[in-house]
Each structure stands twice: as structure tokens, then as C-alpha cells.
Design a binder for this molecule. Structure first.
Ligand SMILES: [Zn+2]
Length: 560
């Protein structure tokens, strides 16, 4: 049996900063002296963005023919812009490329220049320069996260998978008027995108090498360069981005692991291994304790499985002892056959991803611990398998939840809400400031929103706003769906307090309405990630979502 070897995890890529106290990359004045420092760095590649105005400036077209109207106002004619300043060290390589038409300044166009003897003669130790066209977007990139992501992805794709091991990223060149907060946010996003690009499941730890041929991405280090103005923003961004990517990687690993490895016990062992590695405190309850707590709904789901259920509680206590915690609850069905209401066989292997809610809350709290976030966060993970057997729960069975409400189980494949409802009752004891549950809950959510947005359900307008904003800024978006009392009608049972399904219409909404019945005592939101947690088909794999959303939410709003 494979056990979690967290100490042997390979961080697929390292992030750091290289700061030049004397340099200023944000002003056009003295750019040449700033680049004089930069070009002496030994690196496989420098990544720098340029605008149409920069290109026009390089080609001496700023005044008049062909030059864009919105040239940088502070530029002088000739050798003052960043392209020109850099080109002075590169023996005119950029100008030649521009004159040959290789620099189109089109949005996300990338041009890779290689070192030659003239670079070496100038003391240039960079092996390559990757120029990224900002196109028309430069005015916007500071504000438009999607525009920036398009540029960053294009650059990262060029960096990865080849001979480049280390790259310098000149963050300031991507923004028209760099302000340190925005700069930090975009740097963090760059790390998130780079982490996604270089993630390889099979090389993360020796025990996960199921394919002989898996090799890690050659790109090993991404280094953010800047001057004194950007120093503090970039340092903070690197700390946050590193924690975020570690958390996402963990969530992806757990999601991608086969269901014969990633069992409820494996999830519990992973949590315990994280507690050894960080300041996280972990507690795991077994079946006896769940029985004593009266978790009749959770236990009904686990009945058909040979594997014991686990109830995992992870605490990050970074805030004041009196500060109310944010509680994250993650659905951890390590394999969902549907139980007696058996699923069709097609793509059933993907039901190993039915624990992605658990994986994402574990990844998020791990990231919070790595960052030493100054707030209290608790992750709660009910985990078990949903299997058919002679002991399995039948459709028609009535069980009593921890809350005291009785549930008629009309469909054993609607099991996620059955384990979540007891966890949601359990977390009342933490007197939370907010509870967010995360679950691959309904196929109906995939029909409603596809793989673009996660479904968001909440009656708390503040929480809706904060989660929506956090998602947008992290490229991990949500779309709000209704939670009206009218939908509760569909959950009526002739024999118990509530039925566990409400039929096909509005299937995601009735699932959320079911959970709502167990969350009346605190501020609560539910995220349905059935469409966003993993990809199917040729690119099959866990996305690590919604770790970026949750992490960003904690960093931005969690301490309020
Ligand atoms: Zn199910």
C-alpha cells in the first residue's frame, strides 16, 4: 500500500525574486543603467513585454509615420524606451528582428532571441530574451486580468518543455503604470499559471510514478526581477504564489491519484503528514466517534464499503485565539459508484475525482499554513467510499442526521449531501465567521455552467460578493445560482423530514437547498465544483480548482 510521502514531494518549480535596489524599471529615466544590471544575470531567459509604443520608439517612429497615438509620454525620441535600452546591449538584435517583421507587437505574440557573440562582447550573460507583445492591451493589462493571463500563458508556454531551466520575469514591463498592489497580484497569477503549466502528476513523488516515461518539465525556476519600488510587493507575491502553487499541486495530486491509493485512510494520513510538516493541527475521527456524534446520514453512505470512513479536522491557528475561524468543508467521496443507484459504466473512472472538494480544502489550508496566514482556518473533511454491497444503503431507507432531521434516501447516488450535512452540523461548534463547503456535488451543475464557473449558492450577499471577486481575480470564477425557499418543495418526503433528491429539474439548486437546512446557524456558502475540479478527455486531470479562489478569498477577506 502506498503511503503519503509528503517530505519527498518535488516542488515542480521554484519562485524567487532578484531585486536591484539601485535600479528603476518603472520609469523611462535611467532604464539603461537598470538594464546594465539585468543583462549581467546568468539566466536561460529574460521575459520582457513591449507595447506598440515601445516598438515604434525602438524604430524611431515615435513622432509621425506609423507611430501609435498613445506613445509613452515620457519617452524621448530614440534610445530611451525599454526595448531600445535593452537593445543597446544586444548589438541591435531587437531592432533587426523588428525590421525583419519578427516583432509584430500583436497581443501575446512571442519572439525568442538567442545570445550571439555581440551579446557576449557586451557582457550579457542572458542566454535568451523572450519578448512578449502587449498589442493594444497595454493600457488595460494593469486592470484586465484576462488580458494579462493571455500574455503570461503565451510566455510561460514558450519557457516550458524545452531547454530553459531558469527565467527572469520583468513584471514592470507588463504594466503601463505599475502600482505595487496590482504588480503583486499579477506576479502571483503568473506563478499560478506557471505552476499549472509545469505540473506533472507522475513525477511528484516516487510512489506516483505509474508510467516509466514521465519526466519533469525542465523549467525549474521563475525569478521576478524589479527595482526598489517593486521589492516588497514582489517578495510578498512570491511567498503567496509559492504557497498557492504548493496547495494547488497537493489538490491535483490527491485528485489524480487512483482510488485504490487515495482512500479515506490515505486522505487522513496525508492530513497527518501535513501536520508534521507544518504548524497545522490534525484530528481524525473514526466510525465509533461518528456513531457517538450521531452522524447517521454520513454513516449510511459508508455502509457498503469495506474501507472505514474518516472524519478529518485540520486547524490553522494563525489568528488571535478569540478570532472566529473560517471553516472550509470538503466532500471526500474517494470513489463514487452511485451505490445501489449504480452509475452507468461510461467514464466511471472519473468518479475518483469525487473527493476534489476534500482535496481543495486540504490544499487551501496547507497553503494558509505555509504562508503563516494571520487568521484562523479550519478544514473539515468527511471522507468515505460510496459502494454497492449487501450491506449498502437502499433507496427508500430513512436515516437520522446529526442535526436530528430524518432523511429519506431516494437515490443512493445523491450521497455527497448526506456526508456533508453531518459535517455542516458538526462545524457549528467552531462558531465560525463563515463556512464554505466545496463539493463535486451534481452533474446538473456541469449542465448548467460547464467547466467555466463553479456554482455558488449563498443567501449572504457579502459572502457572495467576496467569493465572486476572489474568483475573478484568481481566474477561478463562480456563478451564483438560486437558493430560494420555493425549491424546497421538491425535497418533500411523505415519510421523513426531507428527501435526499428533488428530481431532475434544478438538480444543483435542490442539492444546495438540502444543505441549507443544516446551515441555519452561521453564514454559509456552497460551491458546486462538479464541472471545474477536473478535466475529462485527452487532457484528463485535476485542475486544482477552487484552491486559487479559496486562497485568494482567505488572503483578501479572511481576516475581516
Ligand atoms: Zn454520487
Amino acid at each position: 500500500m502506498i503511503k503519503p510521502h509528503l517530505f519527498h514531494y518535488i516542488m515542480t518549480i521554484q519562485f524567487s525574486t532578484k531585486l536591484f535596489a539601485q535600479a528603476d524599471f518603472t520609469a523611462t529615466k535611467n532604464l539603461k543603467s537598470a538594464f546594465a544590471l539585468l543583462i549581467k544575470q546568468e539566466s536561460d531567459c529574460l521575459v520582457m513585454a513591449y507595447s506598440k509604443a515601445d516598438l515604434a520608439d525602438l524604430q524611431g517612429k515615435t513622432n509621425g509615420q506609423g507611430g501609435p497615438k498613445k506613445a509613452r509620454q515620457t519617452l524621448n525620441l530614440g534610445l530611451a524606451g525599454p526595448l531600445a535600452a535593452l537593445d543597446a546591449f544586444l548589438g541591435g538584435a531587437i531592432l533587426r528582428a523588428a525590421n525583419d517583421g519578427d516583432l509584430a507587437a500583436k497581443e501575446a505574440a512571442v519572439t525568442l532571441l538567442r545570445s550571439d557573440p555581440s551579446w557576449l562582447a557586451q557582457g550579457v550573460k542572458l542566454k535568451r530574451v523572450l519578448l512578449v507583445g502587449l498589442g493594444e492591451t497595454q493600457q488595460k493589462t494593469g486592470g484586465d486580468i484576462l488580458a494579462y493571463a493571455k500574455l503570461a500563458r503565451a510566455a510561460i508556454k514558450t519557457l516550458s518543455g524545452g531547454a530553459i531551466e531558469t527565467a527572469l520575469w520583468l513584471m514592470a514591463s507588463f504594466m503601463e503604470k505599475p502600482n505595487s498592489q496590482r504588480l503583486g497580484e499579477l506576479a502571483r497569477l503568473t506563478m499560478q499559471l506557471a505552476g499549472d503549466q509545469v505540473y506533472r502528476f507522475g513525477v511528484r513523488q516516487p510512489a506516483m510514478r505509474f508510467k516509466v516515461k514521465d519526466t519533469p518539465d525542465p523549467l525549474k525556476a521563475l525569478i521576478f526581477v524589479g527595482g526598489s519600488k517593486e521589492a516588497s510587493a514582489l517578495k510578498l507575491a512570491v511567498a503567496e504564489g509559492t504557497a498557492l502553487v504548493e496547495g494547488m499541486n497537493l489538490a491535483k495530486d490527491l485528485g489524480n491519484l487512483p482510488p485504490n491509493v487515495c482512500t479515506p485512510a490515505y486522505l487522513a494520513q496525508t492530513a497527518q503528514a501535513l501536520a508534521k510538516k507544518t504548524t497545522l493541527k490534525v484530528e481524525v475521527l473514526g466510525r465509533k466517534q461518528m456513531e457517538a456524534l450521531g452522524m447517521g446520514s454520513f454513516l449510511a453512505v459508508t455502509q457498503g464499503s469495506e474501507l472505514p470512513p474518516q472524519f478529518i479536522i485540520m486547524r490553522h491557528s494563525g489568528g488571535k485565539a478569540t478570532a472566529a475561524p473560517t471553516v472550509l468543508v470538503g466532500k471526500g467521496i474517494t470513489f463514487d459508484t452511485g451505490g445501489i443507484s449504480l452509475k452507468p459504466g461510461d467514464a466511471m473512472d472519473e468518479m475518483k475525482y469525487d473527493m476534489c472538494g476534500a482535496a481543495s480544502v486540504m490544499g487551501t489550508i496547507y497553503a494558509a499554513a505555509l504562508l503563516k496566514l494571520k487568521q484562523n482556518v479550519i478544514a473539515v473533511i468527511p471522507t468515505c467510499e460510496n459502494m454497492p454491497s449487501g450491506k449498502a444503503t437502499r433507496p427508500g431507507d430513512i436515516v437520522k442526521s446529526m442535526s436530528g432531521q430524518t432523511i429519506e434516501i431516494l437515490n443512493t447516488d445523491a450521497e455527497g449531501r448526506l456526508i456533508l450535512c453531518d459535517a455542516l452540523t458538526y462545524v457549528e461548534r467552531f462558531k465560525p465567521r463563515a463556512v464554505i463547503d466545496v463539493a463535486t456535488l451534481t452533474g446538473a451543475c456541469i449542465i448548467a455552467l460547464g467547466s467555466v464557473h463553479s456554482g455558488l449558492f449563498s443567501d449572504d450577499e457579502n459572502l457572495v460578493k467576496e467569493l465572486s471577486e476572489s474568483g475573478k481575480a484568481a481566474l477561478d470564477t463562480v456563478w451564483r445560482l438560486p437558493l430560494d425557499t420555493a425549491y424546497q418543495e421538491q425535497l418533500k418526503s411523505n415519510f421523513a423530514d426531507v428527501a435526499n433528491i428533488g428530481g431532475r429539474p434544478a438538480g444543483s439548486v435542490t442539492a444546495a437547498c438540502f444543505l441549507k437546512r443544516f446551515t441555519e446557524k452561521y453564514c454559509w456558502a456552497h460551491l458546486d465544483i462538479a464541472g471545474t475540479a477536473w478535466k475529462s478527455g485527452a487532457m484528463k486531470g485535476s485542475t486544482g480548482r477552487p484552491v486559487p479562489l479559496l486562497f485568494n478569498y482567505l488572503v483578501t477577506y479572511g481576516a475581516r
